[in-house]
Design a binder for this molecule. Structure first.
Ligand code: ADP
Length: 377
């Protein structure tokens, strides 16, 4: 038989169970009657308002919130009292943390007589998610802007490449053609000085042609994320050594190489990188035969490679200039070259998400270091 005592016990037990469940949740949960008075609320209310849960019971919603917040909630309260579930976002003041964005849900409690007798109120603090979303949106905006810029610079590069290959070559061909004609038709009337000037013009056009081609080459070095293959650096070195065979034997150069790792990158570009560095190590030699070593060790960002030589070294004041396009320290007569090799090397390393630099002194030669990540970023 159910007595008033046992009934009260059952009610108390179910109330305890409700508290056990709702108090452990980081959400403000309450039940409000149709007069907008709190009948039940969980422990999160205490944390939010600093008022003991018991003291909230019987209090009207309009007394719990500041006037502005309550005014925003009012139309939603009217809707829920008409039996409609509502969801909305509202900024509420936490007593310690200040303004927080809350996802709010009002769920109507409809009786058997089809009357709204009260409603369940849920406030979920979504400020952190909102902030993370805003950050994500900002990041996406920055990425889109960067991609747009990259696209523009790619377009400019294409334009530059086409200028190099057509517009610049045309007048150059004309100068060469007319100089050839001058020699052919008027050569017999030119004195030695005149002939020498013609030779110099032809030399100059040839050099200009080489420079334009190497610029074009530089501009066409592919952008990063067009390659993703696993490359064995040992094979790369072997290939570069094979390509440089004649120069190596003509200079009696020796190349010692450690066991090298596999990385993710572009085989052609990496071969070019190693080949340019070895080519320079042989070209900028002293009297003694070039002794070159290739070393590698682990680095926090991937692998740190070093190509060391016993050549003429580089004065510290030119440490950066040598990486400029056409940046040379010697005349083409003394050491042939266009001055684009190291710019190409730097671009290749940067294309792979790495860094290239050198340490050098006039006594011991130079070491060119570069870091290549294991995986392309
Ligand atoms: P290039 O060799 O065609 O001149 P690079 O861009 O490869 O063009 O090199 C730029 C300059 O850096 C060279 O002209 C040379 O003065 C210097 N350099 C490059 N590598 C070395 C090296 N291993 N030893 C000494 N000098 C070097």
């Amino acid at each position: 038989m159910i007595t008033p005592n046992s009934l009260e016990k059952i009610v108390q037990e179910s109330r305890d169970r409700l508290h056990l469940i709702t108090d452990s949740l980081p959400v403000l949960i309450a039940y409000v009657d149709n007069k907008q008075r709190y009948v039940f609320c969980n422990a999160a209310y205490h944390d939010w308002f600093g008022v003991p849960v018991k003291e909230i019971q019987g209090v009207r919603m309009s007394e719990m919130f500041d006037e502005h917040s309550y005014r925003i909630m009012q139309p939603y309260i009217e809707s829920v009292l008409e039996g409609e579930r509502v969801d909305f976002e509202i900024q509420l003041n936490h007593r310690k943390d200040g303004p927080r964005i809350n996802h709010t849900t009002f769920i109507p409690h409809i009786s058997e007589l089809n009357e709204t007798v009260g409603f369940c109120v849920l406030f979920m603090d979504i400020t952190d998610t909102k902030t993370a979303e805003a950050l994500e949106e900002e990041r996406a905006r920055i990425l889109a802007r960067t991609l747009e810029k990259a696209e523009i610079s790619n377009r400019e590069l294409d334009q530059f490449a086409s200028v190099c290959s057509h517009d610049l070559q045309q007048p150059l061909r004309a100068v060469k053609g007319f100089t050839d004609l001058l020699i052919k038709n008027y050569g017999s009337r030119l004195n030695e000085k005149g002939k020498m000037y013609c030779e110099q013009i032809l030399d100059g056009t040839k050099r200009m042609q080489t420079m334009i081609n190497s610029l074009l080459d530089y501009a066409r070095l592919e952008a990063p994320d067009t390659f993703r293959e696993t490359v064995n650096m040992e094979n790369i070195v072997k290939q570069a050594i094979e390509n440089l065979g004649p120069a190596i034997s003509a200079n009696k150069a020796t190349i010692a190489c450690q066991a090298l790792p596999e990385i993710e990158g572009d085989e052609m570009q990496l071969t070019r990188l190693i080949q340019n560095l070895l080519d320079n190590a042989i070209k900028y030699r002293r009297d003694a035969p070039p002794e070159i070593s290739i070393n590698v060790k682990r680095h926090e960002k991937g692998w740190l490679f070093g190509v060391r030589d016993n050549g003429i070294g580089i004065a510290s004041e030119y440490a950066e200039r040598i990486f400029d396009i056409f940046g040379r320290l010697h005349s083409a007569r003394k050491y042939p070259g266009t001055g684009i090799g190291l710019s190409v090397c730097r671009k290749i390393v940067e294309n792979h998400g790495g860094r290239l630099w050198h340490e050098s002194n006039r006594e011991d030669g130079s070491t060119f270091y570069f870091i290549l990540p294991d995986k392309h970023p």
